[in-house]
Design a protein around this ligand. Structure first.
Ligand code: ATP
Ligand code: MG
Length: 392
């Protein structure tokens, strides 16, 4: 009896979670369900630290589901597999047919077996030997090599069926989104903030994005670029809300009234205040930025202190100790790089001081800012806030 091909998703750190394990698992299963919905109708369930995604209908897009499963946080590996009867004959027949393409190119192979059904009449070594023998006969040009095989054929004996699968590919790792709290991520169009957002989502944080716009100094294209970056992140986090916050008047007031060397710092303080307000409304408990120590004048240690001065929320900076090349590699790996490098002006790049302060004192910046009506400016900006839901 032949069953449909299916996906096996192995759980990562979730399995270490002790008492919380159930809620972590439930969240992961529901995240997987939501993400595979676009690929067809699947039956998705969890058994023994593995999530099974089984097509419920014939027209499921298995390639798309396979790719989507690799982007779900909390999953360490993904394999395509095919179930069959639990007899050695059926397993060998299934492996022969299912893996014929892989065997055609393999230089050597071995069989690795696992037996979740402890009542099964053979132990895992015996299963591997029996299946390996059958496959060696079927593919005489591919020798067995138990130490450095080119191809490893996995066999798992579970409750109802045996499963045959080829080597698993790595999953996205981390923890299921939604298990690590809820935070507001400051998303610019640059390289850094999408990577920072991705890194925190990978630790299970549910994200809410905020983006500051300064029309007419910043363009519609710049905003669309940010929405596209958010859309790329939805492959990992599911749908995202992007808050668009008007920033023009604040920037103009800063330029008109404050010393040039502090333009960027004062602007960043406003961003923190506004983001915190957005976070409080949304019930989020922390802010996330793409800052990296020493990358620019506004990211020196003293500058970070000046920025953080205006918020009482934790500011998470996952890139703080990363080099630019590492950040670029991550951006390439997660798929945000090509969009990030599109050349549209962000509000950070308009009104940049020629000689920004790199060792600013909190007191001087507070004084420089005191000429502004901070409360009125933030209130007005928040009034103009709108949001857009971005879907996968
Ligand atoms: P990025 O590559 O993320 O733009 P950056 O190195 O260019 O970062 P800055 O432009 O100084 O650094 O911004 C520092 C951080 O402030 C960004 O990583 C982002 O989290 C936030 N930020 C900057 N501009 C905006 C914006 N227009 N909207 C929302 N957040 C912003
Ligand atoms: Mg930037």
């Amino acid at each position: 009896m032949e069953q449909h091909e299916m996906l096996l998703l192995k759980l990562g750190e979730v399995v270490l979670k002790g008492l919380n394990r159930r809620s972590f698992e439930d969240r992961l299963v529901s995240n997987v369900r939501r993400r595979l919905k676009n690929c067809g109708s699947f039956q998705i369930y969890l058994r023994q630290s593995t999530i099974y995604a089984e097509p419920a209908v014939d027209n499921c897009d298995m390639d798309a589901a396979y790719a989507a499963a690799q982007q779900v946080f909390g999953v360490v590996s993904v394999a395509r597999a095919v179930p069959c009867d639990k007899t050695i004959e059926a397993i060998v027949e299934t492996a022969k047919r299912y893996l014929a393409g892989v065997f055609a190119h393999a230089r050597s192979f071995k069989v690795e077996s696992k037996r979740a059904d402890k009542a099964y009449r053979l132990n895992s070594i015996q299963i591997s030997q029996a299946v390996g023998g059958g496959l060696a006969e079927a593919f005489p040009h591919v020798p067995v090599d138990v130490h450095h095989p080119d191809l490893t054929v996995f066999v798992e004996i579970r409750e109802k069926y045996a499963y045959v699968h080829a080597p698993a590919v790595p999953g996205a790792g981390g923890l299921p989104v939604g298990t690590g709290g809820h935070a507001v991520s400051l998303l610019s169009g640059g390289l850094d903030s999408p990577v920072a957002s991705w890194m925190m989502a990978r630790r299970g944080v549910e994200l809410e994005m905020v983006h500051f716009v300064s029309p007419p100094y910043t363009s519609q294209q710049a905003q669309d670029k940010v929405l596209e970056l958010a859309r790329l992140l939805t492959a990992y986090c599911g749908r995202l809300r992007v808050h668009i916050v008007p920033f023009t008047e604040i920037q103009e007031q800063i330029r008109k009234n404050c010393p040039e060397e502090y333009f960027t710092l004062i602007m960043r303080r406003f961003m923190m205040r506004l983001s915190e307000a957005v976070a409080r409304r949304a019930g989020a408990k922390a802010l996330i930025t793409g800052e990296s120590l020493g990358q620019v004048a506004s990211q020196t240690m003293m500058a970070l202190g000046v920025t953080e001065d205006v918020t009482s929320m934790p500011v998470l900076r996952p890139l703080i100790g990363m080099d630019k090349v590492e950040i670029i590699h991550t951006a390439q790996r997660i798929g945000t790089y090509d969009t990030s490098i599109l050349p549209y002006e962000d509000c950070c790049t308009v009104f940049t001081p020629r000689h920004p302060a790199t060792r600013p004192g909190i007191e001087e910046v507070r004084r420089a800012e005191a000429v502004l009506d901070v409360e009125a400016l933030t209130a007005k900006s928040l009034e103009g806030e709108s949001w857009i839901w971005v879907k996968p």
